[in-house]
Design a protein around this ligand. Structure first.
Ligand SMILES: NC(=O)c1ccc[n+]([C@@H]2O[C@H](COP(=O)([O-])OP(=O)(O)OC[C@H]3O[C@@H](n4cnc5c(N)ncnc54)[C@H](O)[C@@H]3O)[C@@H](O)[C@H]2O)c1
Length: 441
């Protein structure tokens, strides 16, 4: 099948590469010249395990281009995987989706199935189908299918090939048949992915309802963790005990300093916004959003209290900048809120991340030019240098480099050995020699 994919981010590129891997001819389209050049040279523009190997292995069925016209004009299937970031009011910004649709309408020379993989508000697929058919050349018909994506960054390739499920929402047999053919190899050995066919609106809702449920689970366990800490219970024992119950399950029960990333924060706000528009107040989602906002700073407040209310002039080491390990993504990472606040309060930050230091520098630059900012920030490429002479260390990401670090070094290298661990990286018994604060323990 001739497939074009619009957008080569975490979703688009991984989908394109996976579809090439199962035998389709795939052209990946992006508007970012630098990204396209990299991919043409076999380099992945994003950090994802196994991605470059699969790009290489399937290079004969993969093409990368800025030339959308050629890619779209005779494609059997065009998959849209561009971003749908949040607007200020919390709603999803569909500008990128609309702009791809205009490019598709301008290019198409035959009937085509357009697949919305981007996370979009319920009803968007209906609107896009109408809009595309209004705009394409006479005699051409476009069928739109909703095909939400459930991959997690850090394990995106595995999550796509061995997906928990493929959800396809269509309103006609033509799109339904093409979609089934597209994914048929993944529904068989060795992948055996369950394939669920629904209406388009249900498919759109499955995505939001799933993501928001996971976000809710995290916020819930974080609140329980905060209470455990006050009452002397240990959240890890508690979640272990809960996880045996198959009605609860043991996934997404890890307490920490809040969720981040490109999906949970915006998808909770988008669904809440959508509910309000329809007159349905989603109170659980609202609670999840506000719990997470507070949770991100829970250790920082504790640290400030421990320093008697002022951290001005203190040296604070920050380990990990990405929102989770295994990805280079900094979108909505707790490190951003924490470091911004540390700088506002006049602390001098020493930061470390195994892969995202350069992109973090660009992100935090706006902050450093603010008049109100009193602190400074410097970046290091190893943990020893980062924590050396620090008054306190904050752990934001459970990178293996942090988890496997020799904890004796904290006492040896820091000015005062105080560690605020937002990801519960260490066993309590290993940290008895120093001041150690974690989540829910
Ligand atoms: N990242 C995830 O873990 C994840 C998981 C499931 C679903 N989603 C959803 O998938 C969508 C994409 O997310 P992402 O994280 O992959 O985004 P991303 O920001 O990593 O990538 C988007 C890409 O689209 C490109 N682009 C923008 N306009 C374009 C155009 N007109 N033509 C071609 N390319 C264009 C951008 O240059 C960029 O490379 C979002 O709706 C997101 O909510 C993301």
């Amino acid at each position: 099948m001739k497939v074009a994919v619009a957008g080569t981010g975490y979703v688009g590129l991984v989908t394109g590469v996976a579809l090439a891997h199962i035998g389709h001819n795939v052209t990946c389209v992006d508007v970012d010249k630098e990204k396209v050049e990299k991919m043409k040279n076999g380099i992945s523009p994003i950090y994802e395990q196994d991605l470059e190997e699969l790009m290489l292995k399937n290079k004969d069925r993969l093409d990368y281009t800025l030339d959308y016209k050629n890619a779209y004009k005779d494609a059997d299937v065009i998959i849209i995987g561009v971003g749908t970031p949040e607007r200020e009011d919390g709603s999803a910004n569909l500008d990128y989706v609309h702009s791809v649709c205009d490019q598709i309408a301008e290019s198409l020379e035959k009937d085509c199935v357009v697949v919305l993989k981007s996370t979009v508000p319920i009803g968007t697929n209906d609107e896009i189908e109408k809009d595309l058919n209004d705009k394409v050349k006479d005699g051409i018909k476009v069928y739109v299918a909703s095909n939400p994506e459930f991959l997690a960054q850090g394990t995106a390739v595995h999550d796509t090939l061995y997906a928990s499920r493929i959800v396809v929402g269509t309103e006609d047999d033509f799109a339904a048949n093409i979609m089934q053919k597209l994914y048929e190899p993944l529904t068989k050995e060795p992948y055996n992915v369950p394939y669920l066919h629904t209406s388009r609106r249900s498919a759109e809702m499955i995505k939001y309802a799933s993501n928001d449920f996971l976000a809710l689970k995290i916020s819930y366990i974080n609140e329980i963790a905060n209470l455990c800490k006050k009452l002397g219970a240990n959240i890890e024992e508690v979640t272990k005990g809960m996880g045996y119950d198959s009605r609860i399950g043991n996934k997404f029960l890890k307490a920490g300093i809040g969720y981040g990333g490109s999906c949970f924060p915006k998808d909770t706000k988008a669904l809440h916004w959508l509910g309000q528009i329809e007159g349905v107040e989603l109170e659980t989602i609202q609670a999840c959003i506000s719990v997470n906002k507070k949770q991100k700073l829970v250790l920082l407040h504790e640290l400030i209290d421990d320093f008697g209310g002022s951290i001005e002039g203190k040296t604070i080491a920050v380990l990990g900048l990405t929102f989770k390990p295994g990805t280079d993504d900094l979108r909505d990472a707790p490190s951003i809120d924490n470091i911004s606040m540390l700088l506002d309060y006049g602390a001098n930050v020493k930061a470390y991340d195994p892969i995202s230091t350069e992109s973090f520098k660009k992100k935090i630059n706006f902050k450093l030019t603010d008049d109100g900012v009193k602190g400074t920030i410097a970046f290091f490429d190893n943990i020893d240098e980062t924590i050396k002479d620090a008054d306190a260390t904050m752990i934001m990401t459970e990178w293996p480099e942090v988890v496997n670090y020799n904890v004796k070094q904290y006492k040896k290298l820091m000015k005062t050995p105080r560690v605020y661990d937002g990801r519960n990286c260490y066993k309590l018994e290993d940290m008895k020699d120093i001041t150690y604060s974690s989540i829910g323990r």
